[in-house]
Write a protein that binds this ligand. Sequence first.
Ligand code: MV4
Length: 448
Amino acid sequence: MFKKILIANRGEIAVRVIRACRELGIATVAVYSQADADALHVRLADASVCIGPPQNRDSYLNIPNIVTAAIITGCDAVHPGYGYLSETVAFAENCEIARLKFIGPRPETIERMQDKAQAKQLVGHAGVPLIPGSAGVLSGEAEGLKLAHKYGYPVMIKASAGGGGRGIRIVRNDEEFLRNLPLAQAEAQAAFGCPDVYLEKYLEQPRHIEVQIIADEHGNVVHLGERDCTVQKKSHQKLIEESPSVAVTPEQRKKIGDYAVRGAKAVGYVNAGTMEFLLDAHGKVYFMEMNTRIQVEHCVTELVTGLDLVRQQILVAAGEKLPFTQKDIAIRGHAIECRVNAEDPARNMMACAGTVKRYLPPGGPGVRVDSHLYAGYEIPPFYDSMLAKVLAWGDTRAAAIERMKRALGEMVVDGVPTTIPLFLRILDDPEFRAGTISTDFVPRKFHT
Ligand code: MV4
């Protein structure tokens, strides 16, 4: 087992990883930027190293500084969390070169899944249904027009190096296609350093369903059910995640889970990962892309399976066999997560700086809060706007929703405006409660 793990991240996920390490008796090293000297993850870790100035590129994205910090503190493994360097091939490679175990998939797997057009092909060859579209990267205008006519408009042009809603365009006729193709390619080149795009039929009003998988280094892959992430902003920022999905039947659950396992096995996947699918209005599921990291919303899966996913990540990275098989996994009750963000309409995604004057996290039966906040904390202006993940578990979806309303009702974050009021409105929305929504729900009803 590892003796000391460096956590290459900040915020709530750094705190989350430290907690898993402590329960395993593994020492922890936090890294922090000059703006994060008073951050909770620094306080909770056994040791800490300042890795540079506040800007992400100078600190949390600085591979030499982070690898050096791990070496000089005597670490034997690195947990990347989510975002930052969690899906950066060069980081995983540099960790391995420095004899530091990267707690995640092999660098080659990250690389293969990063190219979304290639990932679709690989997973498709394993018999997983794909959103109809180009077989791999679009070769040019002619192929694009041919496929658009074959599947019918609207179609989407997606950047191969994009993902998570970045680098996608919808086009509704030949003229729009011909005008947008070069724009999409130029934008992809500028944003990701690669102009490749692929084409997909546009699915109307889909639901976003994703399946958590965990794989060990001995060929065992288990899925842990699905999460429904349909409640998203226009910007594709997720607001609410749930497990299980109201829109998935037990038969579909088995089928989607099987697709996820087949896809993961096809690419020799190890560690925790997520297969993303779209569920269309006819109840058909199609693979969309794979995320090769632990995700923000992993906690809803933890609440319905009783597993500690970060602990499992560490154990499989240390070479242990999964301690369960598929038949041992049962989904119990229903879990919901609300991402409480510092809400500043003027600065999308970035936290508005401010001091948290009072902080009263909710608690009680069936409630979990993962957060790096404390009263007196000064939120730096350089990073993500997420302040806390509030989770509620219940026997049923209705019970989980009621618990979430209770939890958010008692939560106090003074000093910065938050998304708590928005959540309280969504949780009371009849369409949300009925479970009949699709991805247009938040933009249509809440204009965000
Ligand atoms: C789509 C789609 C419809 N058809 N692809 C947006 C986020 C990124 N992961 C993929 N996205 C979509 N891809 C096809 N072929 C609709 C969306 C989409 C969406 C997906 C999930 C959750 C919210 C969404 C909001 C708008 C569009």
